[in-house]
Design a protein around this ligand. Structure first.
Ligand SMILES: NC(=O)c1ccc[n+]([C@@H]2O[C@H](COP(=O)([O-])OP(=O)(O)OC[C@H]3O[C@@H](n4cnc5c(N)ncnc54)[C@H](O)[C@@H]3O)[C@@H](O)[C@H]2O)c1
Length: 319
C-alpha cells in the first residue's frame, strides 16, 4: 500500500524477528508504515526478516530490551520475550528481566515520546484457571514460585506497570492477552504443541502427547492474531484492554495430534508422556470484549491454518 508521508507512522516492534513480531512487521509494512525492528535474536532469527533486508521502510537493530533504548517512533508494539517454556525456562532470571525491565524501558521511551504503546501479554496470566472460558475480569490462579513463574509473573508485572504508567503518567496503553497462536515461522524446537506435533509427524517419529491427551487448548492462526493486535492498537484511546485475543474453539490435544497425523500423511503412533508441572488442563478465551470493542474474531479454521504451517515446517526440515 502506498501511503502519504504525513499518514505514515514510524513504528517500533520489539521482538520483531520472532514468530509473531515478524508477521506483525510484514502487516505494518504492507499498510505503508516504517518499521524499526528491535531484537536480541535469542529465540528470533534473521531468517524471519531476511525477505525485508533491502526494504526501504525496514530497519533492524540488534538490542536487548532489558537495556534502555533511544529511538524516535510514533508507536511501540512490545513483543520481546521468549514465549515457549523451553526457551523461557532456559534463563528464568533473564525472562523476568525481559518482561519487567523491558516493560520499564519501553514505557519510559513511550512516556518521553508521548506515544501509544501495546503490550503482548498472555493467557498465562490466568495460570491454571478455575473458570472457563477466561474473561478479562478473572484475576487468575498463578503459582508465584514455580518453574513457569518467571514468564507468568513477569507478564503480570508488565501489565501492572502498563496500567500504573497509564494512571500515573496518562500514557496511552493497550494490553493484549494473547492465547496459543500458531503458524509459519514458529521456532521448530520450541517444544510448543503445534510445532512439536508437526515436526514429529514430518520426521516419522511418534507424536508425544503429554498426559492422556484430554486436556484442551484453543489455537489461533497467526494472521488472525496479528489482525486483532493491529485493531487494538488502532482502537480509541479509552480502549486500554486487557483484551483477550485468541480462538475460542477448543480441541483436545489428542484431537490435534490426530488431525496433524492425517494432514501430514504420517503413520506415526501417539506416545504418552507424563504431564509437565503446572501445565493448565484447559484454556479457552472469552473473546466477547474483542468482538464488541474491536469488531474482531478469528476467521481461520484449524485445518486451513495447519496446512501452510505444515508446509513451512516441511521446508525447514528439508533445509
Ligand atoms: N505465540 C504465542 O502463542 C503467544 C501467546 C501468548 C503471548 N505471546 C507473546 O507474544 C510475544 C511474541 O511471541 P512469539 O511467539 O513471537 O515468540 P518468539 O520467541 O518467536 O518471539 C519473541 C522475540 O523476542 C526476542 N527477545 C527475547 N528476549 C529479548 C530481549 N531481552 N531483548 C530483545 N528481544 C528479545 C526473541 O529473540 C524473539 O525474536 C511474546 O511477548 C509472547 O510472550 C505469544
Amino acid at each position: 500500500m502506498t501511503r502519504l508521508y504525513e499518514s505514515r507512522k514510524r513504528i517500533l516492534v520489539t521482538g520483531g524477528a520472532g514468530f509473531l513480531g515478524s508477521h506483525l512487521t510484514d502487516r505494518l509494512l504492507t499498510e505503508g508504515h516504517e518499521i524499526v525492528c528491535v531484537d536480541n535474536l535469542f529465540t528470533g532469527t534473521k531468517r524471519n526478516i531476511e525477505h525485508l533486508r533491502n526494504h526501504q521502510r525496514f530497519e533492524f537493530l540488534r538490542h536487548d530490551v532489558t537495556f534502555p533504548l533511544f529511538v524516535e517512533v510514533d508507536e511501540i508494539y512490545n513483543l520481546a520475550c521468549p514465549a515457549s517454556p523451553i526457551h523461557y525456562q532456559h534463563d528464568p532470571v533473564q525472562t523476568t528481566k525481559t518482561s519487567v525491565h523491558g516493560a520499564i524501558n519501553m514505557l519510559g521511551l513511550a512516556k518521553r515520546l508521548r506515544c501509544k504503546i501495546l503490550q503482548a501479554s498472555t493467557s498465562e496470566v490466568y495460570g491454571d484457571p478455575e473458570v472457563h472460558p477466561q474473561r478479562e475480569d478473572y484475576w487468575g490462579r498463578v503459582n508465584p514460585i514455580g518453574i513457569r513463574s518467571c514468564y507468568d509473573e513477569g507478564k503480570r508485572c508488565a501489565e501492572t506497570l502498563f496500567f500504573d504508567y497509564h494512571r500515573q503518567h496518562g500514557l496511552k496503553i493497550k494490553v493484549a492477552r494473547i492465547f496459543n497462536t500458531y503458524g509459519p515461522r514458529m521456532h521448530p524446537a520450541d517444544g510448543r504443541v503445534v510445532s512439536n506435533f508437526i515436526v514429529q509427524a514430518l520426521k516419522g517419529d511418534s507424536i508425544t502427547v503429554y498426559g492422556d491427551g484430554s486436556q484442551t487448548r484453543s489455537f489461533c492462526y497467526v494472521d488472525d492474531l496479528v489482525d486483532g493486535v493491529v485493531r487494538l492498537m488502532d482502537s480509541p484511546d479509552d480502549v486500554t484492554g486487557p483484551v483477550n485475543l485468541g480462538n475460542p474453539v477448543e480441541f483436545t490435544i489428542a484431537d490435534l495430534a490426530n488431525k496433524i497425523a492425517k494432514l501430514t500423511g504420517s503413520a506415526a503412533a501417539l506416545r504418552s508422556m507424563p504431564l509437565p508441572i503446572d501445565d493448565p488442563k484447559q484454556r479457552r478465551p472469552d473473546i466477547g470484549l474483542a468482538q464488541k470493542m474491536l469488531g474482531w474474531q478469528p476467521k481461520t479454521m484449524l485445518d486451513d491454518g495447519l496446512l501452510p504451517t505444515i508446509k513451512y515446517f516441511r521446508d525447514v526440515i528439508r533445509g
